[in-house]
Design a binder for this molecule. Structure first.
Ligand code: TXA
Ligand code: MG
Length: 371
């Protein structure tokens, strides 16, 4: 992990906005709950400050339902460049642009295909990112020089309020230093970005826990570029035809940065080893009883030679819990000083299992053993 090149000498303002939820707002407005009103007002003031920072070309980390984002005004090229710098992110890796109203897609892309209209209707706000041709006015820095732009409307009251008040779409990759696990709790964003950004809005745990599904709708057949909680079948049901899958997603790391060739992934970000914990990581796949047996054996073996071993094993069918806890567990094990993470594979025939496995395999640098 590398620190931002410009150091971390900024005064970062950190605010808790976890009270700014649909639920609190409802309690405050409908039921006249004064405590809820006060908490919501305080959060609102913080969100207003954060929006001011965005309007002045600053950077703001904020919660979404998937993972925390690190935002900049998408139309302010200088601010967008700062995001790359702070994250240590390669500049060919484009960002997702977040909007507060579905109709704002018109600021980013010239015309909506019938598929897009249906998908937006069905899934926004929510964890589906759509890739479509970009408008020329949108700085090329946001899209890594591509002719397309990735867009989504987050399903998180604080995020939507921030974007709305900023008055401009917000380009935001995940709020981690490049290569580190994505942040799913406020303290993760603080850990990675304190001193390097203007404001961090802390809003509790992200509901989903893995990043949005990225769907390319710029070509004739919609294709999933990054799997997420919204699966290809969910998408197919809405548009009434089949959804493709970037073939690179089925690979086992052949297309990692240097080896990128015929099977290079179409989402530039997917070609990097990613989400890497500091520890070495090994994924064990096979029948559950064998995986458990091998996990215990390897754990004992490694502990016997003085290594600290962490185990990452979710219940076999607990895909939602696995998605929710995956990145947080990686960070926890780093904090505990674990040397070796032994992980049990999830079934990839479930689409959410497949999405979590995509992260798990990349976190492990495709270090997999079949048992
Ligand atoms: O849930 C999420 O999507 C989170 C929250 C903050 O919204 N954001 C996020 O952004 O995960 P990021 O930058 O970490 O991942 C964006 C992914 C990368 O793999 C990137 O390469 C891909 O989307 N992407 C962005 N624009 C693209 C484009 N025009 N064509 C293809 N892939 C694109
Ligand atoms: Mg990311």
């Amino acid at each position: 992990m590398s620190l931002p090149p410009d150091g971390r000498d900024m005064e970062t303002r950190i605010y808790d906005v976890s009270a700014f939820t649909e639920e609190t707002l409802r309690l405050a407005d409908l039921h006249g709950d004064r405590e809820a009103r006060r908490a919501a007002d305080e959060a609102l003031a913080a969100i207003g400050e954060a929006a001011d920072a965005l309007r002045r070309g600053g950077l703001v980390a904020f919660p979404t339902e998937t993972v925390y984002g690190l935002g900049a005004d998408a139309f302010c090229e200088g601010a967008v460049r700062k995001v790359y710098e702070v994250k240590g992110r390669p500049s060919d890796n484009p960002m997702i642009v977040h909007i507060a109203r579905a109709s704002d897609v018109a600021m980013l892309t010239p015309g909506l295909s019938p598929d897009m209209v249906r998908l937006i209707d069905a899934f926004w706000p929510g964890p589906l990112t759509l890739v479509a041709p970009k408008r020329p006015e949108l700085p090329g820095a946001v899209t890594g020089g591509l002719g397309t732009v990735a867009m989504r409307m987050p399903d998180c009251a604080a995020a939507v309020e921030l974007i709305r008040r900023a008055g401009s779409p917000v380009a935001a990759p995940s709020a981690n230093i490049s290569g580190r696990p994505s942040p799913t709790r406020g303290e993760h964003a603080v850990r990675d970005l304190d001193g390097a950004v203007d404001v961090i809005l802390v809003g509790g745990e992200c509901r989903v826990g893995i990043e949005s599904t990225v769907l390319d709708v710029s070509g004739p057949s919609p294709t999933v570029l990054r799997p997420g909680i919204i699966g290809p079948d969910d998408i197919a049901a809405v548009i009434g035809r089949e959804v493709g899958m970037d073939p690179a997603l089925r690979g086992r790391g052949e297309a990692l940065a240097d080896g990128a060739g015929a099977a290079a992934p179409k989402a530039p970000g997917m070609k990097y080893r990613h989400y890497a914990p500091k520890a070495e990581m090994l994924v064990l796949e096979g029948r559950r009883d064998r995986v458990e047996g091998e996990l215990s054996r390897l754990k004992a073996l490694n502990e016997g030679v003085g290594r600290k071993v962490g185990v990452l094993l979710f219940d076999e069918k607990a895909f939602v819990e696995a998605a929710h806890g995956f990145f947080a567990r990686l960070r926890e094990m780093d904090d505990e000083g674990v040397d070796l993470i032994l992980a049990g594979a999830l079934s990839e025939s479930d689409s959410l299992g497949f999405a979590v496995m995509n992260r798990m395999l990349r976190a492990a640098g495709y270090n997999v053993a079949r048992v």
